[in-house]
Structure formats: C-alpha cells, structure tokens
Design a protein around this ligand. Structure first.
Ligand code: HEM
Length: 269
C-alpha cells in the first residue's frame, strides 16, 4: 500500500450515488473530514493488514486444528480465572479512583492534640461521615484481596493445565511480572491509611531493604525516602499506588490479554 498523500480521494461522487440516511451521511461526513486531515482510512487498512498477518502466524489450538466439538472448557467459568483477576482489578481501579477524591497522603497533624495524621483522619472521614464511604473503602479492600487470591489461583491453573508451555512462555513471564506488581500494589496500598498496621509494615519494609548487602541503604532511600518513616515515605507509597502502578499494570494486562487473544486459549494437555 502506498504511503503517499491521497488528496484526490473521490469522496463526493459515491456520497451522491444513492440515498443515504441522515445517520449514514453524518458518519461519512465525519469520516471523510478526518480522513482528509489525518489519513485515518490508510492507517486503519494498515492495522487490518497487520492483524491478519499476525493471526495467520498463530498456532491453531487442538480443537481448531481437528475441528472437535468438545469445547467445554471454553465455557467452564472457573477455567477462566484470568478474567476473574481482570474483573477484580477493574473494581479496585474504579473504587480506588473514587477514594482518591477524599484521601490525602499527609503525615501532618490533623488536630490540636497532634496525635492523628491527616492521612488517618481522611480514612476516618471516609469510614464514618462520607455517604457510602464505608462501602467504597470496603469494595476497594475486598477487590484488592480477591485480586491477589484470583491471580495466584490463575497462576496455579495455568501451571496445572500446562498452559505455560510453548508457544505461551512469554505470557507466563509477563504473568510473573503481573503477580509481582499485584503484590507491590497491595503493599503500597496497605501503608496509605498510616495507622499502626501501616506504620509497622513500613518499618519492616525499611529494615528488609537495609538488610540487602551493599545496596541496602540506597534501596531504603529510594523506596522509603530515608531510614525511618516520614512524609517522604507516605508520599512515595501514594505516587507508586495511584500513578505508576496503575499505568504499568493496565498496560501489561492489556498486552497479556492481547497475547491470549492472538494465540487462542490453551486446552488441557
Ligand atoms: C494481574 C494479573 C493477571 C491478569 C489480570 C491475567 C489475565 C489473564 C486472562 C484474562 C487470561 C485469559 C485466559 C483466562 O482467563 O484464564 C490469561 C491467560 C494466561 N495467563 Fe494471566 N493474568 C494475570 C496474571 C498471570 C500470572 C501470575 C501468570 C503466570 C505466572 C499468568 C499466565 C497466563 C498464561 C500463560 C495465560 C495463557 C493461558 C491459556 O492460554 O490457557 N497470568 N491471563
């Protein structure tokens, strides 16, 4: 296909050639307007071409190859634990985004007594005063825990059905990265309420980092912002939890599912 500009696309002629409904006319007008400026039809054709080329190279599953009828595992709900992990992730992402409107990652004193921090007070506000706040936080915590369990069970099912074998090794390795990111999500989120559980879990993290030979101090500085817990620690956990991890994890889940889509789901060996 030529990549040269096609300013001479004859859009007008066939538009007039038959009666079009207002919806068709509107759709074509927008498409043509965009195509004149951004050549989107050419790019859509390129993507279509790429899609067919990629699919042609993919191995056929046993069922497809021999045209077997017995495809019960396609519908067996517990077989698709990956979808269950995805669902838990989506619920956690939506409830987390909503919690973000009310939570503040600050270790400053919240009241005159100076004992409560702003972070902890914002969680107390969500739990006791915000309409549906208790529900929102529970949804977030439960979906996060369900996700950890689902991802682990998904990994077991991939292992015991032999689905990690050729040609799916890359998706297995991507899966290892995903389960690690899921755990980092859990840890960074656990620290955010800045309560006693969070504080001591943070302390354990600092000490584990410091126990690393040679690079220990550097790692503690990098991840926790120092050797004891402070505002820098909470801020780092917050940015990791709400900024870095969501983008990276969402992109990797999309690639992971894209690979399953291209390769077809494995069948029990
Ligand atoms: C955030 C975590 C994860 C999500 C959201 C996820 C999602 C999915 C989905 C939706 C599928 C389609 C098939 C199915 O539903 O079972 C799948 C397949 C697969 N996953 Fe995951 N996954 C995750 C973690 C993992 C882990 C930890 C591993 C292993 C280390 C893994 C390895 C694989 C492999 C090899 C396949 C292909 C299996 C087949 O074709 O039968 N995934 N994943």
């Amino acid at each position: 296909m030529s990549l040269e500009r096609k300013d001479d696309h004859d859009h007008g002629g066939w538009m007039k050639s038959r009666d079009l409904s207002p919806v068709e006319k509107g759709y074509l007008t927008v498409l043509i307007w965009l195509d004149r400026r951004l050549r989107i039809v050419d790019y859509l054709e390129l993507m279509e071409d790429l899609y067919y080329k990629a699919n042609l190279q993919m191995p056929k599953s046993h069922t497809e190859q021999y045209n077997l009828d017995n495809k019960f595992w396609y519908w067996y709900p517990l077989y698709a634990l990956g979808s269950f992990s995805t669902l838990a992730y989506v619920v956690a992402a939506i409830s987390g985004a909503l919690l973000g409107f009310y939570y503040s990652p600050s270790t400053a004193a919240a009241g005159a007594e100076g004992e409560l921090t702003v972070a902890y007070a914002s969680i107390t506000f969500i739990m006791t005063e915000l309409n549906f706040g208790y529900l929102l936080r529970s949804l977030h915590r439960w979906s996060a825990q369900v996700m950890v369990a689902a991802v682990f069970l998904h990994m077991l099912r991939v292992y015991f059905t032999g689905a990690y074998k050729e040609p799916r090794e890359l998706n297995w390795i991507l899966g290892i990265v995903l389960i690690s990111l899921t755990m980092v999500f859990g840890y960074t989120g656990y620290l955010l309420p800045w309560d006693q559980l969070a504080f001591w879990a943070g302390q354990i993290g600092v000490e584990m980092s410091l126990s690393i030979p040679l690079a220990g101090e550097w790692v503690a500085q990098l991840i926790f912002g120092g050797f004891s817990l402070s505002q820098s620690t909470l801020q780092r956990m917050y940015i990791l939890h709400v900024f870095f991890l969501p983008f990276i994890t969402t992109a990797l889940i999309a690639i992971h599912i894209g690979i399953v889509w291209m390769q077809g789901i494995a069948e029990p060996h």
